[in-house]
Design a protein around this ligand. Structure first.
Ligand SMILES: Cc1cc2nc3c(=O)[nH]c(=O)nc-3n(C[C@H](O)[C@H](O)[C@H](O)COP(=O)(O)OP(=O)(O)OC[C@H]3O[C@@H](n4cnc5c(N)ncnc54)[C@H](O)[C@@H]3O)c2cc1C
Length: 457
């Protein structure tokens, strides 16, 4: 049976068993990873306190997957995660698989379906997932402190003391599960990073990821008209994070949909590549993947009385072909609004005879000019000025350096009893359910590892 609604109010969550100020484990952050860790440790008989500063439980799960939570991906493996150490996530992912999570939610009667490339979504609502996690915590006798904020954490020898809005609490273990900084409007903070730094843990520079890319407003003007146009593309970037690849050797590439927006580019293809993009680097978009446009255009010339624009519009969304040919003509003539075409692979071959116009008869366009046009469409290389930032990002890339953590337990190597799990760790998944799978797996790894222990004071 699916547990009932979980808009579990703050009062409900603070009411029970809150008098004992000592616990075996205090988990800070009642999101995906935190609830999983708390329930797992509680099921092992440990006294667990779960703290969150939010008014409503698990907002990110609630809004995820368009309200249906893409809760895992059947193909999850280390290959879909970015990290300074791409092997770090292997152990936790192997110890708690997508199948394990499916079994858990299925035991509660949650119905789900596969949408696309192994992505699993709830049939009904993300609330079903929150309900399962809440029920698991309750079954494990986890004590809720919510809303509750943590002002300071002090190391005892052994254990920790937390100064919170509900008083001083002590525990043998503290788990940082406060996630990343994406969507600060939902209460996301850099808490885990601040506390990690306080205990001397190194941080891999955090950045927004799975985020739209933005461009210089003036240069983007002609493409801004395309806002709302979507098409399938192949997008790539050279990246130091490409799994198994050295910088400058293998571009990271995604075949997905791209969406034009007023400020730049979005859609799954762009969100995916944004995680690999570094400021100042170009991204390259093949706007007609799998087609040989040069060949198609040159073949279409024979006996054709059609205008170039009509032929290109037959291969592409019409709005895109109009704007593209307009910008192409301008860049060929050296004008400003076509600037974003300047980096295209074949830039030096363009504009033989002064450029292309959409109203030219295809038959009058040289093969060389058509090849140059096709090269630009297949290799649109453009340098974003930035990203849409944490307000629009789905995740934070970077975080607590995995070199500081034990990969089997997520415990800090040099701070016994301090654990970091979920998005706060420098493990960032692709779009498609991978981030939740990491949250579940890292939460379980930690929950299975924490040990009860006497605390100093
Ligand atoms: C719009 C959107 C859609 C997404 N969709 C998907 C999807 O479909 N599939 C997928 O795999 N991933 C998705 N993600 C990513 C996924 O939500 C996160 O990667 C995942 O929730 C991380 O889990 P976590 O437990 O580490 O952090 P969170 O789930 O973010 O939980 C952190 C918790 O810590 C609390 N907290 C933060 N700071 C403090 C503090 N200072 N004190 C106390 N508590 C604090 C927060 O209130 C929150 O409850 C999406 C993200 C967004 C923003």
């Amino acid at each position: 049976m699916i547990p009932t609604k979980t808009g579990a109010s703050a009062t409900t969550l603070t009411a029970s068993r809150k008098t004992d100020p000592h616990a075996d484990v205090i988990v800070i952050g009642a999101g995906a990873a935190g609830m999983m860790a708390a329930a797992t440790a509680g099921r092992r008989g440990l006294r667990v306190v779960l703290i969150d500063h939010a008014q409503r439980l698990a907002e990110k799960i609630r809004i995820s997957g368009g309200g249906r939570c893409n809760f895992t991906n059947l193909g999850a493996s280390p290959a879909q995660y970015l990290s300074r150490n791409p092997h770090f996530c292997r152990s936790a992912l192997a110890a708690y698989t997508p199948r394990d999570f499916i079994d858990l939610i299925s035991a509660y009667g949650v119905r789900w379906h596969e949408k696309h490339r192994g992505q699993l979504f709830c049939n009904q609502s993300s609330e079903d997932i929150i309900g399962v996690l809440k029920a698991e915590c309750d079954a494990a006798r986890v004590v809720w402190r919510m809303p509750c904020s943590v002002q300071a954490i002090e190391a005892l020898q052994p254990g920790f003391a937390l100064h919170t809005s509900q008083g001083r609490l002590t525990a043998a273990n503290v788990v940082l599960a406060t996630g990343g900084m994406a969507i600060p409007q939902l209460g996301a903070t850099d808490f885990a990073l601040r506390i990690a730094r306080q205990f001397g843990l190194k941080i891999v520079e955090p950045r927004p990821a799975l985020v739209p890319l933005t461009f210089d407003a003036e240069a983007w003007k002609p493409f801004g008209e395309l806002s709302g146009v979507a098409l399938e593309v192949a997008v790539s970037t050279q990246s130091e994070f490409a799994p198994g690849a050295r910088r400058g050797t293998a571009p990271m590439q995604f075949h997905e949909d791209l969406l034009f927006t007023h400020r730049g580019l979005s859609g799954p293809a762009i969100l995916q590549i944004s995680s690999y993009w570094n400021p100042g680097e170009p991204v390259t978009v093949d706007l007609a993947p799998g087609q040989d446009l040069a060949c198609a255009l040159i073949q279409a010339k024979a006996g054709s009385r059609q205008q170039l624009a009509t032929v290109v519009a037959g291969l592409w969304p019409k709005r895109l072909s109009d704007v593209w040919l307009g910008a192409h003509a301008e860049s060929s003539a050296g004008a400003g609004t076509g600037r974003l075409l300047a980096g295209a692979r074949a830039a030096s071959d363009t504009a033989p005879g002064g450029g292309l116009r959409g109203d030219q008869r295809l038959a009058d366009v040289s093969d060389k000019a058509l090849r140059a046009l096709a090269d630009r469409i297949h290799g649109w290389s453009l340098v974003p000025t930035g990203t849409a930032g944490y307000k629009k990002a789905e995740v934070m890339r970077g975080g607590v350096d995995t070199a500081e953590l034990n990969q089997k337990t997520l415990e800090a190597r040099d701070v016994p009893g301090l654990y970091v799990i979920g998005e706060a760790v420098d493990v960032t998944g692709w779009l498609g359910g991978y981030n939740f799978q990491w949250a579940w797996a890292s939460g379980v790894a930690c929950g299975r590892a924490v040990q009860a222990q006497a605390v100093a004071g």
